[in-house]
Design a protein around this ligand. Sequence first.
Ligand SMILES: Cc1cc2nc3c(=O)[nH]c(=O)nc-3n(C[C@H](O)[C@H](O)[C@H](O)COP(=O)(O)O)c2cc1C
Length: 240
Amino acid sequence: MTPQNEASNNYWTIKLADIDPELWFTLLHLARLGTLRKGIHVSTSNLAKELGLSQQTASRRILELEARGYIKRSVGRRGQTIVMTEKGAQQLMAVYAILHNSLSNALKSIILTGEVFTGLGEGAYYVSLEGYRSQIIEKLGFDPYPGTLNLRLTDPPDLYFRELLSHRPGILIKGFSNGRRTYGSVKAFKAKIEGIDAAVLLIERTHYGHDTIEVIAPINLRQALKIRNGDKVSVEVQLI
Ligand SMILES: Cc1cc2nc3c(=O)[nH]c(=O)nc-3n(C[C@H](O)[C@H](O)[C@H](O)COP(=O)(O)O)c2cc1C
């Protein structure tokens, strides 16, 4: 993706058009059975009854969900056990986020809690690039400390809310090119972490999954808050 075709700042999210409604409802039912948390014994005939389908159609859907990587299935003597994958959960969360955004425009901020971990230290390099730094100063109102605080979200409510951010416009830090290579865009949200002004970044080109957020601030947050790897930290994220 080049900076030229970055008109939409939502391209790293799942859109409604990417969702197959029939499979989605099957996933929803599997979630209700508890497959988001652990492997659950699922009877195809019960599933068929719940969804008002023939048994053949229900088992076809299960196979299709497995083929798409939305569920993992193991078949034993007592039937099949199903657990939902992160990819499957993302399908559910995408619709949750769209619905949530449509129903609750009044929501002004959310709290995300995650576990601190150290990455490769690449965040510091990117934040210091003039192409990003000048936009952060202009659009977020502070000169960022060179480094990002990585938070891994583990609890489902935080993961859902993280998904919600994907569907908000946020503050767009545009990608750019320095002649040698291109840099991707970043969607930023103003935030507060223990009273300190900060911003949560959703980075287009990152090796982290949707369970990770990166936080920047004018100061070294690790030092200021005396936080270490494994600590849980909460960030209040402004949605507008
Ligand atoms: C503002 C910003 C812009 C970034 N842009 C890119 C990018 O264009 N390409 C890329 O491969 N990674 C980009 N990254 C992501 C980093 O590669 C990486 O995912 C992340 O910052 C890892 O930081 P850590 O190693 O400190 O955990 C960017 C990171 C930040 C903070």
